[in-house]
Design a protein around this ligand. Structure first.
Ligand SMILES: C[S@@+](CC[C@H](N)C(=O)[O-])C[C@H]1O[C@@H](n2cnc3c(N)ncnc32)[C@H](O)[C@@H]1O
Length: 259
């Protein structure tokens, strides 16, 4: 929703006409989110940083297989193809995985793509791992806006399984701001939704994930306020200027290499 709302604005971070089209096809009153400027900007910065990291991976591995776990209605493949058609042209395949309901909505309203398959299963299932490994190509796993809704034990089990099942792979993910853990009731978008989800997981130090398994290497960490310009409200920009605020209130984008 953030990507569609920000898209038409001047100096928009992200050009995603697919998100604009998708939102138009959904019969839902999105106006309650109009004032959620913090999360709209946050979603776009997060997506843009992950888009850039995805393109970097594909430039290094032009025949890559990419899978998004908990893809929702995100149209990253189409967005990147619009932005960098030559870079994306030779990828082997792109999978978008989600649970049954979001996948059926995707099938109904999102554009199909010859190199895109939808996988209807949980990210905790093993089947998707076999599917992506069948190609025998470099694999990129994208998990955006998803892991914060699970308990730490579930996230740790997932990464342990990735370490056991992959010789080598790369994960791009976001790490929720530590201060937001347990505080979904104060989130400018989530507080308006009927289905009350909670933010269950975040780490203050992302590098603690390396303690979970010797194959986990945090190779990049980007603090989102460093890429926001003046897109966040003034009061939060002030908070980010303090060392405590920068560390505790910042969402981060991580590149994790498993090898
Ligand atoms: C906040 S949305 C993020 C969607 C998308 N990645 C984005 O950034 O726009 C979280 C998504 O995770 C999906 N999800 C939740 N539990 C899941 C599970 N066990 N397996 C796969 N997807 C799941 C939800 O259905 C939802 O589409």
């Amino acid at each position: 929703m953030g990507k569609s709302h920000r898209n038409p604005k001047k100096k928009g971070l992200i050009n995603d006409p697919f998100a604009v089209d998708t939102i138009k096809k959904i019969d839902y009153d999105f106006s309650m989110f109009n004032k959620a400027t913090m999360s709209q900007a946050g979603c776009c910065i997060r997506s843009k940083l992950i888009d850039n990291q995805t393109l970097t991976f594909i430039k290094q591995h032009p025949d890559a297989v990419i899978i998004q776990l908990g893809a929702g209605l995100d149209s990253r493949l189409q967005r990147l193809q619009l932005q960098a058609p030559d870079t994306v042209a030779n990828i082997t395949h792109w999978y978008d995985l989600d649970l049954a309901e979001p996948i059926s909505i995707r099938k109904a309203i999102c554009p199909a793509h010859p190199k895109n398959s939808l996988l209807e299963m949980s990210l905790f299932d093993d089947d998707w791992i076999e599917i992506v490994q069948t190609h025998n190509k470099p694999i990129l796993i994208i998990i955006e806006g998803v892991l914060m809704y699970f308990e730490e034990a579930a996230v740790k089990n997932l990464f342990t399984k990735l370490c056991q099942r992959f010789d080598k792979t790369t994960v791009l993910m976001d790490m929720l701001a530590y201060s937001a853990k347990g505080n979904a009731k104060h989130h400018d978008s989530l507080k308006h939704t009927k289905q009350k989800s909670e933010f269950k997981w975040s780490l203050l130090n992302s590098s603690d994930m390396e303690q979970w398994h010797k194959k986990i290497h945090l190779t990049q960490e980007m603090y989102m306020s460093d890429y926001a310009g003046k897109r966040f409200p003034w009061w939060i920009r002030l908070i980010y200027k303090t060392p405590f605020g920068y560390k505790h209130v910042n969402q981060r984008i991580l590149r994790i290499d498993i090898s």
